[in-house]
Ligand binder design. Structure first.
Ligand code: GTP
Ligand code: MG
Length: 366
């Protein structure tokens, strides 16, 4: 099932940040390789990494990408994202030294925009401590580290990142400071990141994809209507209701399958995300989502929503629907049927958005 697929998912972790901030050194440190030895990512005081290069860590399915630095003459901020193919990475580590800079904020914002996640690594801590010690006779390491950490968190929170993960690290002295915590967190969080990748790879899963699906389904409505009118034109008394109803049921079924709202698809989503089926179902407002759709159910739903659908029609002055709450009226009017289908699609699409926001743990309001 989906969970088995997890182990085969390639996860691309990008190490990004300003030129010379210590990205390649961090790649080596994570892989337990000393700078300058065989197999190590090239490092140096002059601009060193010129193109994205991947290394396996900790296994071949996880690729850790050593990226060039942003903000150097070769990679100005505006060209950088495109050059390194920022979109293609699943997860990021931003490496920053000395101060929180404009480019750090830019990277964090871009990552957030793509709804992906990152850790923030403040590198070269050993340097900073040494410099500060020389300047401050009352130097207190703990206070100093706390100040750096608080500042990084504050800057990231200003960008709207709720609980930023910040690590103070020396890539040269991995036994000190928070390098161990960083490595532990990277390894422990891998399944979670893989899960996110898997989720995003599922056909339904991005708010943009849902929007597009809604549009596609919406554009099919007119064909359903054509079929409906043709059927209604056949003068078989009493039958037009059932014919039209089955058309509406057909449309509703196509919507829930396409939007991933059938009981089976919701169960799969629950399996992959670990969010319980109950919690996912709690996000559903439409009586047609998360259940097996039957004629009776659609009929009931339409009867309950007839007032709403009829009002929408009246507003346009297109047709008078005399008896609110009767499905006969709905089935007899092409315009009203159009409204009914649009109504079904709208509430199902809204349900889909809420379910996926819940499943992905996103906080974006619908
Ligand atoms: N003392 C100390 N030096 C570091 C640390 N991290 C990197 N350096 C040094 O800083 C210089 C730049 O490091 P790199 O790892 O090459 O930096 P980079 O970000 O990959 O640089 P570009 O690829 O050019 O963008 C090298 O001389 C490293 O030895 C650190 O944590 N502490
Ligand atoms: Mg480098």
């Amino acid at each position: 099932m989906y969970l088995d697929k997890m182990n085969n998912i390639t996860l691309n972790i990008a190490i990004t940040g300003e030129g010379g901030s210590g990205k390649s050194t961090l790649v080596n440190a994570l892989r337990g390789i000393k700078n300058g030895t065989e197999g190590a990512a090239p490092t140096g005081v002059v601009e060193t990494t010129m193109k994205p290069t991947d290394y396996p860590y900790p296994n071949k399915n996880i690729r850790i990408w050593d990226l060039p630095g942003i903000g150097t003459p070769n990679f100005t901020a505006d060209k950088y994202l495109e050059y390194v193919g920022f979109e293609k990475y699943d997860f990021f580590i931003i490496v920053s030294c000395d101060r929180f800079r404009e480019n750090d904020a830019k990277l964090a914002k871009e990552i957030q925009k793509m709804k992906k996640k990152f850790y923030f690594v403040r590198s070269k801590i050993d340097h900073n401590i040494q410099d500060e010690k020389e300047e401050d006779p009352n130097f207190n390491e703990e206070d100093f580290l706390k100040r750096i950490r608080d500042k990084c968190i504050e800057e990231l929170q200003k960008l709207g990142i709720e609980s930023p993960k910040v690590f103070l690290v020396s890539g040269k002295k991995c036994h000190l400071y928070e390098f161990k915590d960083l490595r532990k967190t990277v390894l422990e969080d891998l399944p979670k990141h893989q899960r996110d990748v898997l989720l995003l790879a599922l056909p339904n899963i991005s708010l943009e994809a849902i929007k597009q699906k809604k549009e596609t389904l919406g554009s099919k409505i007119k064909w359903y209507i054509v079929a409906s009118v043709a059927a209604a034109a056949v003068p078989i008394p009493g039958l037009s209701v059932s014919v039209d109803l089955s058309m509406i049921v057909g449309f509703a079924i196509q919507c829930v399958i396409s939007l991933g709202l059938t009981p089976g698809l919701l169960q799969k989503l629950s399996d992959v995300t670990g969010v319980s089926l109950e919690d996912l179902k709690a996000e559903l407002k439409s009586p047609l989502a998360g259940v097996t759709i039957t004629d009776a159910l659609v009929l009931q739903m339409l009867t309950r929503s007839a007032a709403f659908i009829a009002v929408t029609t009246l507003e346009e002055g297109a047709r008078l629907v005399p008896v609110i709450g009767t499905v006969v009226a709905i089935s007899l009017s092409g315009v009203t049927t159009d409204r009914a289908l649009q109504y079904i699609l709208n509430i199902l699409a809204e349900d889909t958005q809420r379910v996926f926001i819940k499943a992905l743990g996103l906080n974006t309001p619908v």
